[in-house]
Design a protein around this ligand. Structure first.
Ligand SMILES: [Fe+2]
Length: 349
């Protein structure tokens, strides 16, 4: 019996050590989403110019939209072959999560039949190590810990596709509201048996949020802090969004800031919740994509920025109360958003 226990321990030890490994502290994280593989991507060269510590892809990294895997592979290769992508890759580490179009199909969730196969293509593109925990569980959620000078920055990348239940189609539930000047696609679930992240990922996330960290940047393809707008967002699963807020409260996780993509413009949203510090959500969506209009969002405090852009979070760790600067830089290298908050204002008192 003891022998068996020991061998299990030996087997689990490398996984445990891998999970505990932390990288040096970082202070500048760039991010973006929604890049079409067929278009030139000058935003990537701009990212290189700004010299962040890393670049985080937040989904729709290619427009796959195919049930033909060779087609998806061809599109990943198209992005990989771009000189500007190669320059980005040479200049800094590249991390990522996915959204619907690189997962495989517009607005798709857990019923997408090729999700195991598209996961392999995703991990191959991001050169995920063979021993990565990401290869050992369903979905692509993951986390990274950066540590130095007594400070810890945690980067959590969620998978809001593999486990997500079907969206509820909008069927005219709102009698008349002039603020929605466009056709609505979805309406929030009213019952709580639907999920965004799935139990396995929720359980893992609780473990992650329970680890000590000063600042936690959570990447999600879908926007987190925005108000309901009839399109894809966490707002379509209000009980799941509440579960996230409750989990942050339960774990007393300090310094949570979301970075998100998907919508083809940039904005900063701020979600207020009793008993919790404000949850900021910096959306950077438009490496190449653009949209004609921004939807109403009463939680928006900055933006929208409709031109192509990337996002940047910079932390001044040297200050007694470190500052978190949230920025959006457009493709012409103009700073379009700057919103700075002290870390103490996004921490429990
Ligand atoms: Fe998307």
């Amino acid at each position: 019996m003891i022998k068996i226990r020991c061998s299990i321990l030996v087997l689990l030890l490398p996984v445990f050590l891998l999970a505990q490994k932390s990288a040096p502290l970082v202070s500048r994280i760039a991010f973006g989403s929604c890049g079409h593989q067929e278009d030139p991507q000058p935003v990537l060269d701009l990212v290189v110019k700004h010299q962040p510590d890393m670049f985080v892809y937040l989904g729709d990294n290619i427009y796959g939209d195919s049930k033909d895997l060779s087609e998806l592979r061809r599109k990943y290769n198209q992005l990989k072959a771009k000189p500007e992508f190669q320059r980005l890759k040479k200049a800094m580490p590249i991390l990522g999560t996915w959204d619907d179009h690189d997962y495989g199909w517009n607005d798709s969730g857990r019923h997408f039949p090729l999700k195991k196969e598209t996961k392999e293509l995703f991990l191959e593109f991001f050169e995920e190590p063979a021993n990565s925990p990401r290869r050992q569980h369903e979905g692509i959620y993951t986390s990274y810990m950066h540590e130095g000078n007594g400070k810890r920055l945690q980067l959590i990348l969620l998978d809001n596709r593999t486990f997500r239940d079907d969206l509820r189609i909008y069927r005219g539930e709102l009698s008349h509201d002039d603020k929605y000047f466009y056709p609505l696609d979805y309406y929030p679930h009213q019952i709580t048996d639907s999920t965004m992240l799935g139990e396995q990922q929720w359980k893992w996330l609780e473990g992650e949020l329970s680890k000590p960290a000063d600042l936690r940047i959570i990447g999600s393809g879908s926007q987190f802090s925005i108000a309901y707008n009839g399109y894809e967002a966490w707002a379509n699963f209000p009980h799941e969004r509440q579960r996230m807020l409750d989990l942050i409260k339960k774990t007393r996780a300090n310094g949570v800031v979301f970075i998100t993509g998907d919508v083809h413009y940039a904005e900063v949203s701020k979600l207020e919740e009793p008993g919790l510090y404000p949850i900021y959500d910096v959306t950077a969506s438009g490496i190449t994509s653009t949209w004609l209009f921004a939807t109403p969002n009463e939680n928006r405090i900055e933006g929208p920025i409709m031109e192509n852009h990337f996002g940047l979070i910079s932390v001044d760790w040297a200050k007694p109360d470190p500052t978190i600067k949230m920025e959006i830089w457009d493709v012409r290298d103009n700073q379009r958003i700057e919103h700075t908050v002290p870390l103490s204002t996004i921490s429990f008192k």
